[in-house]
Write a protein that binds this ligand. Structure first.
Ligand code: UFG
Length: 346
């Protein structure tokens, strides 16, 4: 059975392709490589023994997407990762985000309608909850006004999917990710940010390896145990496995209704300083960091109630924060060695 994985050379996409292949699925990846690299296909093949089929084009291009679907009549389901995801950039370039993230979804849904592909797994985000009134946050929590155009594209995408499903035979599962970090145990795939990382863990590993001078911790005056913001960090391999479970749930017709939503988190919140401490403990490296002002748009604390995912999907995040740090660090070292990077700026 063939699954289309859009954005399959990206961070979460590549880990999911490996897990799909392990479970016997065939995979075709579509990616425009705007934020990923083609050699990831070889790395995936190295891990799984199978090089996934690959086409490079932009899913926001209606004609190319329609043409792709008319050439592939053996796809049974789609996991749609391909999207821009930098919160700050989305504030600076909202139209870029709306066009890319929404138009590509429209083109995919049209392809599903025309070619009778019933199953969609959609990459959503805990950003749809904003700063929740109650913690841990469950899927029943109200959707808050988005903090950024990026977050808004996730909210609008869920609405577009719900509206499309209401008038068709399509089915969808939206997976709301908390903070995916870590890397594959082989260290052959991982997070590969272009330029200066926005996210905490790649910034930590790049600082430790000498590419960045020091980490800035954005604020220590929040109402948390050590003053730094709290997130629910989840290992990318745990996240990838949930996608395979979701695909099987759809194919095996186990869904309770035609649009389901699941939180993908561990249920445990860690502060920025907790993450740094875990990194230092696991690696034995003292991380240079300084406390600076808060970052605009950051919520104070958010972590998941994963009970619905645990019981309904039969999925549970298994890997600890220490394992997340250890795998992220091994990946950073593997990548540095592979590219002969020492303190050279990326
Ligand atoms: N942080 C720092 N220094 C850095 C980078 C981050 O202190 O250099 C802090 C942030 O202030 C925050 C925490 O580390 O408290 C995590 O920040 P990330 O940027 O790694 O992650 P976010 O929680 O801001 O964002 C992530 C995803 C988004 C998603 C969002 C939903 O990157 O795609 O979660 O909350 F929308």
């Amino acid at each position: 059975m063939k699954i289309l994985v859009t954005g399959g050379t990206g961070f979460i996409g590549s880990h999911t392709v490996v897990e799909l292949q392990k479970e016997g699925f065939d995979v075709v990846i579509v990616d425009n490589l705007s934020n990923s690299q083609k050699w990831i296909l070889d790395a995936v093949a190295d891990i799984s023994g199978v090089k996934p089929e690959f086409e490079q084009f932009d899913l926001a291009d209606q004609k190319l997407t329609a043409d792709f679907f008319s050439r592939h009549n053996d796809i049974v389901g789609i996991i749609h990762f391909a999207a821009y995801k930098a919160v700050g950039e989305s504030v600076a370039k909202p139209l870029l985000y709306y066009r890319n993230n929404l138009v590509s979804l429209l083109n995919i849904l049209e392809g599903m309608m025309v070619h009778n592909i019933p199953n969609l797994v959609f990459s959503s985000s805990c950003t749809v909850y904003g700063q929740p009134d109650e913690l841990p946050v469950s899927e029943k929590a109200p959707i808050k006004k988005a903090e950024s155009p990026y977050g808004n594209t996730k909210q609008i995408s869920e609405e577009i999917i719900a509206d499309t499903l209401a008038s068709s035979n399509l089915k969808a599962i939206a997976l709301r990710y908390f903070n995916p970090i870590g890397a594959h145990e082989s260290a052959k795939i991982g997070e590969l940010p272009l330029g200066v990382p926005n996210n905490l863990v790649p910034y930590i590993t790049q600082t430790a390896i000498g590419i960045r001078q020091e980490l800035s911790v954005f604020g220590n005056d929040y109402n948390t145990h050590d003053g730094t913001p709290i997130r629910d960090y989840i290992h990318v391999v745990d996240l990838a496995k949930a996608h395979v479970i979701a695909v099987k749930r759809m194919i095996e017709k186990q869904m309770k209704n035609n649009f389901e939503v699941f939180n993908l988190g561990t249920g445990i919140g860690y502060s920025v300083l907790d993450v740094i401490n875990s990194f230092e403990k696991v690696t034995g490296i003292k991380l240079p960091y300084k406390i600076v002002d808060r970052r605009a748009g950051d919520v104070e604390k958010v972590w998941a109630n994963p009970a619905w995912s645990n019981t309904e999907l039969g999925w549970k995040a298994e890997r600890s924060l220490d394992e997340m740090m250890d795998s992220a660090w091994k990946w950073e070292n593997y990548y540095a060695k592979k590219n002969n990077i020492t303190t050279k700026k990326r």
